[in-house]
Design a protein around this ligand. Structure first.
Ligand SMILES: Nc1ncnc2c1ncn2[C@@H]1O[C@H](COP(=O)(O)OP(=O)(O)OP(=O)(O)O)[C@@H](O)[C@H]1O
Ligand SMILES: [Mg+2]
Length: 255
């Protein structure tokens, strides 16, 4: 075992649903602790399946998935998972939704409530602590989901197109919130998105998936902390173009 294991090590991993063909095929990928990696690819290429393998929700049919040097056999409290839809419980307040991962396992104490309130402040919705999800906008619900994923202070976050349903400006704000939170807490992040610009803005490294395989990867060497004006830089656009080419099957020309 290495002295200082990566947060995530995926070795030659494959997955097939119910006897079908491989939807994830021979994937190798490592994420050092504290890094933010993005996975992009077309609909149906296997991104969510790979993320579920990383989360321990699916077991590889071949190869291995290790987190912090240990085989991933089941979901762990080391990892927060953020789904595409915020999936909040309608009958629970914002505060109680954030506390859910704790209340499932143990009695909530005052220190937990304080931690939840601090997180709600960090994601900018402290004033909505006692509201119910139906009283929030989509962007506010996404912020609650992010706070909920962080309440157990996980070492890593696995995020599946968490901001896909939001308008462009709200999305940019949430990207900045995520970067700030991940930096403050030194959280490792694997972030799935369809959006090339979002991937380049967030990531230290981006992988492109196609038909179950990683077909391209690149380090994103843009300076940190990132800021939205970088989106208009030559280096940013060059990185986007590389990814755009990698996502285009060879039989088609880039538009
Ligand atoms: N439970 C399932 N049973 C059988 N096949 C499945 C199941 N879930 C997904 N698949 C298939 O596996 C392939 C990969 O699906 P996956 O959800 O990983 O794609 P994705 O890249 O996340 O797509 P999207 O961008 O649309 O979310 C698809 O062909 C899909 O139809
Ligand atoms: Mg998906």
């Amino acid at each position: 075992m290495p002295n200082s294991p990566n947060f995530l090590d995926i070795h030659a991993a494959s997955f097939a649903y119910g006897g079908g063909g491989d939807v994830v095929s021979n994937v190798g990928w490592s994420i050092p602790a504290g890094a933010l990696h993005c996975l992009v690819g077309r609909s149906g290429c296997g991104k969510t399946t790979l993320l579920k393998m990383a989360a321990g929700l699916l077991q590889p049919t071949a190869g291995s998935v290790q987190m912090l040097g240990k085989d991933v056999a089941a979901p762990s409290r080391n990892v927060g998972f953020v789904f595409q839809s915020p999936s909040l419980l309608e009958w629970r307040t914002v505060l109680d939704n954030v506390l859910l991962p704790i209340s499932l396992h143990q009695t909530v104490i005052q220190a937990d409530r304080t931690a939840a309130e601090e997180l709600l402040e960090l994601v900018g919705i402290k004033e909505h602590t006692n509201r119910y999800p139906r009283q929030l906008s989509g962007g506010q619900q996404s912020r609650v989901a992010l706070a909920r994923a962080l309440i157990t202070e996980p070492a890593g976050l696995l995020m599946d197109e968490p901001f896909a349903a939001l308008d462009a400006i709200t999305r940019e704000e949430l990207q900045d919130d995520l970067l700030q939170l991940a930096t403050i807490r030194n959280t490792t992040v694997l972030f799935v998105t369809h959006d090339i610009g979002e991937a380049v803005y967030l990531a230290d490294r981006v992988a492109v998936m196609d038909a179950g395989r990683i077909v391209f990867s690149a380090d994103i060497d843009l300076p940190r902390p990132r800021n939205q004006t970088q989106r208009y830089s030559t280096a940013f656009n060059a990185a986007c173009l590389d990814l755009r080419h990698a996502m285009t099957p060879t039989r088609r020309a880039v538009a």
